[in-house]
Design a protein around this ligand. Structure first.
Ligand code: IPE
Ligand code: IPE
Ligand code: MG
Length: 242
């Protein structure tokens, strides 16, 4: 099995969103006590998925890296994840730029520890002119928080008198989300078998095709990504029609 399973004369998703789950279980399976070892292995998978996006022409990739709920984890796991992200950015930003990848982030970026946030802002700024692929990291991201922020923004526009409540449309909502220019994901992938959304992109996935694989994120490879796309290509997207 390889990239050949994808039909290039059929539609390739423009935007794929991924819930990268199963790092902890992977570490446990390897007999590793530290969950962080799983997160480290998971960071390598990101590189493989970026290669697959490059070969297939996916234009936007959103990765759920840390949720608003993940702050509940132990102090050491949270700190380890934040440090891992900082190191990932230091190690990979130049290569991302070489490959035409623009790094972006959605979520409560101001909640990230200073050093991680600064590195993130540096990478975002450095890669801002790249146009081949947008790599969007969801960090301290929650779909409900995004919608609450959106409501606040729209309310203040209404309050200023610039907008009538009856003129609020789906487009108004879209324009006030974290990344208004990004089209909705056609395909949502979740690894490690859990059949839930876990507060990811609630507004944007209303018509996304969902693909769940049992494979744990650190074991997920380029070919698994192709398999998800090939599966998507077999779906009949009705959008409520017949
Ligand atoms: C996903 O892996 C990574 C994050 C949520 C940060 P988990 O850490 O949730 O791994 P499991 O679900 O415990 O296996
Ligand atoms: C979802 O995974 C969040 C990320 C992948 C960043 P979780 O492991 O946090 O989700 P639950 O707790 O199983 O719903
Ligand atoms: Mg999990």
């Amino acid at each position: 099995m390889s990239i050949d399973i994808i039909k290039f004369d059929k539609s390739i998703p423009k935007h794929i969103a991924v819930i990268m789950d199963g790092n902890g279980r992977w570490a446990k399976k390897q007999g590793l006590v530290a969950r962080l070892k799983g997160h480290e292995a998971g960071a390598e998978t990101i590189r493989a998925v970026l290669r697959a996006c490059d070969k297939t022409g996916v234009r936007y990739l959103t990765l759920y890296a840390f949720s608003t709920e993940n702050w509940k984890r132990s102090k050491s796991e949270v700190a380890g994840l934040m440090e891992l992200l900082r190191r990932f950015l230091i190690k990979n930003t130049d290569e991302l730029i070489e490959k035409g990848i623009r790094l972006r982030a959605i979520g409560q970026i101001d909640r990230l520890p200073d050093q991680t946030r600064k590195e993130l802002e540096r990478s975002i700024e450095k890669s801002k002119n790249e146009t081949k692929l947008d790599l969007i990291l969801a960090l301290s991201y929650g779909g409900r928080t995004e919608i609450v922020n959106c409501i606040r923004r729209i309310s203040s526009i209404v309050k200023s008198g610039e907008l009538n409540p009856e003129d609020i449309s789906e487009e108004t909502v879209k324009q006030n989300l974290y990344a208004p220019d990004v089209p909705d994901p056609e395909l949502l992938i979740r690894t490690s078998g859990e059949m839930r959304i876990s507060n990811f992109l609630l507004w944007q996935i209303s018509y996304s095709e969902i693909y769940v694989t049992e494979i744990l994120w650190p074991d997920f490879r380029e070919n698994d990504f192709y398999e998800a796309i090939a599966d998507y290509q077999k779906r009949l997207r009705r959008f409520g029609g017949v």
